[in-house]
Design a protein around this ligand. Structure first.
Ligand SMILES: [Cu+2]
Length: 428
């Protein structure tokens, strides 16, 4: 059952800190700490990076070397995962598989080069269902060396919070939140990095869903545009759309021209909800240029699979029984199994049939790689890091496993991940 939601627009007023780096490597310090932030009109204790929720939007230039020191000022462990970035395994921020949890008072240096331009994000990967839902996330933007000509490059993050009767973050984690659609907030917020534009402006919208479990189906009004990228990876041709499905962890880039107030509405689920808007303050002549594809990233060419595999999503309320120990399971195993789901030599291309046999939707995220997603027309179209599977849905994905290491593959509904829907792949 969906709880009622109230409209809230905290982010339009502030909380955004853009960090732009020069061409050489420079260290950024990211401090995870308790913060007080304003939600639904009240100041409440949450978590944040560098004092803000969302954390600072980081902007880098494609190819740049990046150094980020994560300082843990929490009372609990900390880890950060750089979602969608194809980086060395030891920088991936995953407990057990790639690094130890950073203890309170300690720090860790993340260092990597950003190969792909696009819209990515970073978030806690330790007790993530709790730490992300308390605010430990932010946008990670890699700019093209020749970015598209737009008047505004705007990051919009859609985030929900479950508040208790006292108006504070609900500390109770109930079993049904883990066994059904997840921990769905009763307040939905949108954080946009720009609050006012002109009619006629050309915008690039970088839409991100950092919510732990909530799915959005976005309807945009006031903007005539096309989708140019999913999960940070450009489409070969911009795509028309009526709505945009944004499951937890997913991103979508849209380039379009402003016709009026840009309003975001969510039509997922029974009650349509207003998620916020970017207001129009004046009018100017529109850009005559057509919307062109973004420059492609250098990705592995699509290859014939050398092997195939099957991944079955199981469990949850109403789901068939399985042999895993958690509520949810992947191929009869809950949580990270001792042996990986797949163990392949570097460079192998695998076609994985992913089948959702549960009574709830899921979104499967692979670390360290993007994969081709077969669309309903039967062709591999989008190159993504997270694929959405509705109830009963089956989809093939094609992945070239060219990044050595131990890579997590899990549902990005973080309540599902916490209760078993996780496995891993070893690339030797
Ligand atoms: Cu799930």
């Amino acid at each position: 059952m969906r709880l009622s939601r109230r409209r809230f627009l905290a982010g339009l007023s502030g909380a955004f800190v853009a960090t732009r780096l020069p061409a050489a490597t420079e260290r950024i310090t990211l401090v995870a700490d308790s913060i007080d932030t304003r939600i639904a009109g009240r100041k409440i204790p949450m978590l944040g990076f560098n004092g803000s929720l969302p954390g600072p939007t980081m902007r880098f230039r494609q190819g740049q070397a990046v150094g980020i020191t994560l300082k843990n000022h929490l009372d609990d462990g900390a880890l950060v995962h750089w979602h969608g970035l194809r980086i060395p395994n030891r920088m991936d921020g995953v407990n057990v598989l790639t690094q130890d949890v950073i203890a309170p008072g300690r720090s860790f240096d993340y260092q990597f080069r950003v190969r792909d331009a696009g819209t990515f994000w970073y978030h806690s990967h330790y007790l993530s269902y709790e730490q992300v839902s308390r605010g430990l996330f932010g946008a990670f933007i890699v700019e093209e060396n020749i970015p598209p000509a737009v008047d505004h490059d705007i990051v919009v993050q859609f985030f929900d919070v479950l508040l208790a009767k006292d108006g504070k973050y609900d500390e109770a984690f109930r079993p049904n939140q883990f066994s059904t659609e997840g921990r769905i907030g009763n307040v939905v917020t949108s954080y946009a990095s720009v609050s006012s534009v002109k009619a006629g402006d050309r915008l690039r919208l970088r839409l991100i869903n950092p919510s732990i479990d909530r799915i959005y189906r976005l309807r945009l009004s006031g903007l005539v545009g096309r989708i140019v990228a999913f999960d940070g990876m450009p489409l070969s041709e911009p795509m028309d759309f009526e709505t945009i499905l944004l499951a937890p962890g997913q991103r979508c880039d849209v380039i379009g021209d402003v016709r009026g107030n840009v309003v975001f509405r969510d039509i997922w689920g029974p009650d349509e909800a207003d998620l916020g808007d970017i207001a129009v303050s004046a009018t100017r002549p529109p850009t005559p240029e057509p919307i062109k594809p973004l420059p492609p990233n250098r990705v592995p060419p699509m290859q014939k699979p050398s092997r195939s595999a099957e991944l079955v999503l199981q469990g949850g309320v109403g789901g068939l029984p399985h042999r895993g120990t958690g509520t949810w399971a992947l191929n009869d195993s809950s949580g990270l199994p001792r042996r990986p789901f797949l163990s392949v030599p570097r460079g192998s291309t695998v076609e994985i049939s992913v089948r959702n046999e549960t009574g709830f939707p899921h979104v499967m995220h692979l670390h360290g790689h993007h994969f081709w997603e077969r669309d309903t027309a039967g062709t591999f179209a989008a190159f993504r890091d997270s694929t959405f599977l509705d109830i009963g849905e089956q989809r093939n994905i094609l992945v070239t496993l060219d990044n050595p290491g131990a890579w997590m593959l899990h549902c990005h509904m973080l309540s599902h991940q916490a209760d078993g829907m996780a496995t891993w792949i070893r690339v030797a």
